[in-house]
Design a protein around this ligand. Structure first.
Ligand code: XIL
Length: 455
């Protein structure tokens, strides 16, 4: 099967982007002793190496009890250059009894990572969830004191070993209120978040201090705006905050939003780094993974991406198969898409995203080439034209990026997968050029040709 797809080159923003990336990359690469031509494409063969060439890290959430699993450790050591302990630094793990700290499991992860040159993100010092029983039962000033002591003790223990801390996790409510989440910590007073940040800064002045949350990916959501307002306020008042983590657990209920890049760049414009801290995408659509990576690369202060686990079977949402490696540890199409995006190249041929609908595989046989060109563009939509060569009877698979929707087609017979994003177009005797109109719905990225098959 041969296919050719044109990369989304976004000509209007690219020169500035390259300049910004070059500046960011030169600093990091100078430290690593590598050289790279400004604007040159990367040639990394692993996620970590390739991200590093772009001045970023690529990390994974790691569980201490899997460090004896050979397949797991082989992938971790080969692919990733940053690690976040999945549960081992949480409050219930590090202070199971008040005043008694246990760091053994977290220390194992930290030493595994640091001895191999991987950096460590600390997760998390203050959170309403995964609190030990003693803390769940506390309130008022006693809880405030206990929380601050916890922040101080844990950040002190890992001082110098953790590059960034999720100081506070998930402190805002879902929905349209834009309010803080109710919790025992919130009830100690609205200033509990800044108090936690100040304690963390005092304990480890060298660590970047992040606020981390989920459902803060869509720029139009009240929760995103509320976190943005808090970070802006912290910066204005001198509360020590250096970064914002977007967990980015994407699924049908919380899909990847077309304005994700706007969210990343808007936070960055406040003078903080942004990091994608817990990425997983239900179904692992290569297109969506690629979009996330491209969005991060487009924002100079998006400093790294962490996926929330290694193989699908390691995921907290294993049945969603949301990660880059399958249960056996094989690279999935999403892996290829991520690596290609990091390398700033055209993704290699991948199969369309998994579908539950009755997508008929294209009739096998020969091969052909399908080339996509941009057509007319209007305020709300654009045309694309695909030229097929090498076959008269052909089947071409094309995907658009949600919330884009194809609204019209010509010179072919289309059928759709259940997501409505993947279109299988078959020749209908009208020749070798077909076309379609895409409603942008805010996302102007170019549709992707997945395959061309002659029959
Ligand atoms: C999850 C872990 O992956 C699970 O193993 C655990 O049982 C529950 O927590 N947001 C976060 C993470 O900040 O800490 C959560 O991790 C996933 C959602």
């Amino acid at each position: 099967m041969i296919e050719r797809c044109h990369r989304d080159t976004r000509p209007r923003s690219r020169p500035r982007l390259h300049a910004a990336l070059a500046v960011a990359a030169v600093g990091l690469l100078a430290a690593a002793g590598a050289t790279v031509l400004p604007g040159a494409a990367s040639a990394g063969t692993t996620l970590g190496a390739s991200a590093a060439e772009r001045g970023r890290y690529f990390g994974a959430a790691v569980a201490a009890n899997k460090l004896s699993d050979n397949t797991y450790v082989t992938i971790l050591n080969r692919e990733f250059n940053s690690v976040t302990p999945e549960n081992e630094m949480k409050i219930d793990a590090t202070e199971p009894q008040q005043g008694q700290f246990t760091f053994a499991n977290a220390d194992r992860i930290v030493s595994h990572a640091r001895s191999r040159g991987m950096s460590v993100r600390g997760h998390t010092l203050a959170w309403h969830s995964q609190q030990p029983g003693w803390m769940q039962n506390m309130s008022g000033s006693a809880l405030r004191q206990a929380m601050l002591n916890h922040v101080t003790q844990v950040a002190t223990h890992f001082r110098g070993q953790v590059v960034a801390w999720d100081v506070v996790n998930e402190a805002f409510a879902d929905g349209s209120s834009g309010a803080r989440r109710d919790s025992n910590l919130q009830r100690t007073g609205n200033d509990w978040i800044e108090a936690a940040f100040r304690a963390a800064r005092a304990a480890d002045p060298g660590a970047k201090l992040c606020y981390n949350d989920y459902n803060t990916d869509d720029w139009s959501h009240a929760k995103t705006q509320a976190v943005y307002a808090m970070v802006r306020d912290f910066k204005q008042r001198g509360v020590p905050i250096d970064c914002v983590g977007l967990q980015s657990h994407f699924n049908s209920g919380s899909p990847y939003p077309g304005n994700y890049r706007t969210t990343l760049s808007s936070f960055a414009a406040l003078g903080v780094d942004v990091q994608i801290t817990e990425l997983d995408i239900a179904g692992a659509s290569p297109t969506t993974y690629r979009n996330v990576v491209n969005d991060c690369l487009a924002v100079a202060r998006c400093t790294g991406i962490t996926v929330w686990g290694i193989r699908d079977s390691d995921s907290w949402r294993a049945s969603d198969t949301p990660l880059l490696f399958d249960n056996a540890g094989n690279r999935k199409p999403a892996y290829d898409a991520v690596l290609a995006a990091l390398n700033n190249g055209t993704p290699p041929p991948t199969t369309p995203p998994p579908t539950t609908g009755p997508t008929t595989p294209p009739p096998g046989g020969g091969s052909c080439t399908a080339t996509l060109r941009d057509g007319t563009r209007w305020g709300d939509r654009f045309n694309s034209e695909v030229t097929v060569s090498g076959a008269t009877n052909w089947t071409v698979v094309v995907a658009v990026t949600p919330p884009q929707k194809v609204s019209a087609t010509w010179n072919g017979t289309p059928s759709w997968d259940s997501s409505g994003n993947v279109m299988t177009m078959r020749s209908n005797g009208s020749g070798n050029v077909f076309g379609f109109t895409t409603m942008a719905n805010g996302n102007w990225s170019r549709p992707q040709v997945y395959s061309c098959t002659a029959s």
